[in-house]
Design a protein around this ligand. Structure first.
Ligand SMILES: Nc1ncnc2c1ncn2[C@@H]1O[C@H](COP(=O)(O)OP(=O)(O)OP(=O)(O)O)[C@@H](O)[C@H]1O
Length: 227
């Protein structure tokens, strides 16, 4: 199993305890295309953050490729995250005043990749996103769909095993949503594991395994069981 949550809880303390995730069991296999839906505040982002090693469970076990992560120190967790995971967020998080190519390269700056190799990987990733002609462009001059494709290029350039996307189409119109969904499908077909959090049923519908979060409880959608 690529990712395996077992009895995971995430409790925030804000005066009183907030049970963002309760007794969560979830396995993601290599090559899965998982979508996670749920109402606002149900715990979707918390689930993605825990899976992406951006946050730590309060209790329970979380294994990545069989390695228990809950007792790793932050340096190990960071190394694992940098090596295995790529992230895409709703708000793109691209640096203005830097070219698309530089933005993609910056995603690999903490790795051990040589500068020249970083540039080649960044160019290849932009090319895969159909954006090689815009490599020198400032993201501020690009459309929302193009910006998100630059962000996806940044996330995949270093060759992660899992791509995590938190509301990747939340800032896009329906045409650009379709383009980004096609891109994610292509990435999945090439073998990457894809995990997408979304409140949009159209986006959720593209997943091959669909989960729903309700008040911190995660359940697999019936459509998977019938499949
Ligand atoms: N750092 C935090 N401190 C306190 N409470 C938090 C924190 N992060 C999340 N929560 C709470 O945990 C619950 C789950 O939040 P989460 O962001 O995971 O929901 P979500 O389903 O992603 O919501 P949305 O769709 O609105 O982004 C909510 O009640 C939220 O207020």
């Amino acid at each position: 199993m690529m990712l395996e949550l077992d009895g995971v809880q995430r409790v925030f303390r804000d005066g009183h305890p907030i049970y963002a995730l309760r007794e969560t069991n979830l396995g993601v296999a290599q090559g899965d295309y998982v979508t996670i839906t749920g109402a606002s505040g149900s715990g979707k982002s918390t689930l993605l953050n825990v899976l992406g090693l951006l946050d730590t469970p309060t209790s329970g076990s979380y294994k990545v490729l069989g390695h228990e992560t809950t007792d790793m120190d932050e340096q190990w967790r960071g190394a694992l995250r940098g090596q295995l995971f790529g992230f895409v967020f709703q708000a793109f998080h691209l640096l203005p005043g830097r070219s698309a190519l530089e933005n993609v390269e910056l995603g690999m700056i903490y790795g051990a990749v040589h500068r020249k190799r970083r540039r080649d990987l960044a160019m290849t990733a932009l090319d895969r996103m159909g954006l090689s002609a815009r490599a020198a462009s400032d993201p501020r001059t690009m459309s929302g769909g193009e910006r998100q494709r630059v962000a996806i290029a940044r996330a995949i350039a270093g060759g992660p095993s899992v791509l995590f996307c938190d509301e990747p189409t939340g800032s896009l119109d329906s045409a650009n949503t379709g383009v980004v969904l096609d891109v994610l499908e292509g990435i999945h077909q090439e073998g990457m594991t894809v995990v997408v959090v979304t409140h949009d049923p159209v986006v959720a519908g593209r997943g091959l395994r669909r989960f729903e979060v309700l008040d911190g409880r995660v359940s697999e959608s019936l459509t998977n069981i019938q499949r």
